[in-house]
Write a protein that binds this ligand. Structure first.
Ligand SMILES: O=c1ccn([C@@H]2O[C@H](COP(=O)(O)O)[C@@H](O)[C@H]2O)c(=O)[nH]1
Length: 235
C-alpha cells in the first residue's frame, strides 16, 4: 500500500456519512470507520462502503483477553477490511491471538496494527494517570517492538514517534498516525499533533484526519490540502 490520507468518518448515522461522501462525487478516498459509526450502524455499514469502492480502516481498537479478541476479530475478518486494529497494551499474547483470529482459513488477511499510546495522551498524563514510569517515546517504542514480535504489520502512534519507530522496527513496519492538524487548526482533544507536512517529513505511512476534513466548510478542499501537504510532489 502506498502513502495516503485516511479520513476518520466519525459520524453517528449512515445518513450523515452518505451526505459527507456526496461531496466527493466519483472520488473514493480511504475511509476510517470507528466505534461511533460501527456501533450505530453495525457491520452493514462496512459492507456498503466497501461495495462503493472505498478502502476501509476498521478502527475498533480491540482490547480484551486473548481468547475473546481472537473470536471477535475472526468475525470482523469476514468483512474483508484493508486495515484493522487492537491495543498493544493488551500484551504480546493478545496480539498473537488477534493475528490468528484475523487470518482466514486460506491464509489471507487484511493488515493488522496496534495502538500504542493514544494521540490524546501527553507524557505527563501517561505517567500520572497510567503510572507508566518511562518517557512517552520509550513507551511507544516498547509497544512497537512488542507489536512486531507478535507478527503484526505496524502501529498507530503520533507523527512525532514515526521516524523513531521506523529506525527500531524497520522501514516496512507501518506507522499510521492520527493527531494531524493544519498549522492554523484547532487541536481539540488531541495532544501530540503535527501538520500533514510534518507527518510526511517524520516518515508516517498514513495520516488519519477526522474533524479538520469532516467539519470543514469545504471538506473536499480540506482533503486535497491534506493530500498536497502530506504527499508533497507525489499528490
Ligand atoms: O491514538 C489515536 C488512535 C486513534 N485515533 C482516532 O483517529 C481519529 C482522529 O480524529 P480527529 O478528528 O482528526 O482528531 C479519531 O477517529 C480517533 O478515534 C486518534 O485520534 N488517536
Amino acid at each position: 500500500m502506498s502513502k495516503d490520507v485516511i479520513i476518520a468518518c466519525d459520524f453517528n448515522s449512515k445518513a450523515d456519512l452518505i451526505a459527507f461522501l456526496e461531496h466527493f462525487k466519483e472520488e473514493r478516498p480511504f475511509l476510517k470507520i470507528g466505534m461511533e459509526l460501527f456501533y450505530a450502524e453495525g457491520p452493514a455499514i462496512v459492507k456498503e462502503i466497501k461495495a462503493r469502492g472505498h478502502k476501509i480502516f476498521l478502527d475498533l481498537k480491540l482490547h480484551d483477553i486473548p481468547n475473546t479478541v481472537k473470536k471477535a476479530i475472526s468475525v470482523l475478518s469476514d468483512l474483508d477490511v484493508d486495515l484493522c486494529n487492537v491495543h498493544a497494551s493488551g500484551t504480546i499474547a493478545m496480539m498473537e491471538s488477534a493475528l490468528e483470529g484475523f487470518t482466514k482459513k486460506d491464509g489471507t488477511r487484511g493488515l493488522l496494527i496496534a495502538v500504542t499510546q493514544l494521540t490524546s495522551t501527553s507524557e505527563e498524563r501517561m505517567q500520572a494517570d497510567l503510572l507508566i514510569d518511562k518517557s512517552l517515546e520509550e513507551t511507544v517504542l516498547h509497544y512497537a517492538k512488542n507489536t512486531k514480535k507478535a507478527g503484526l504489520d505496524g502501529i498507530v502512534c503520533s507523527p512525532w514517534e514515526a521516524n523513531k519507530v521506523k529506525e527500531v522496527c524497520g522501514e516496512n513496519f507501518l506507522t499510521i498516525t492520527p493527531g494531524v492538524r493544519f498549522a492554523d487548526g484547532d487541536a481539540g482533544d488531541q495532544v501530540r499533533i503535527a501538520t500533514p507536512e510534518r507527518a510526511r517529513e517524520l516518515g508516517s505511512d498514513y495520516i488519519v484526519v477526522g474533524r479538520p476534513i469532516t467539519q470543514a466548510t469545504d471538506p473536499v478542499a480540506a482533503y486535497r490540502r491534506c493530500l498536497t501537504e502530506f504527499l508533497g510532489g507525489n499528490a
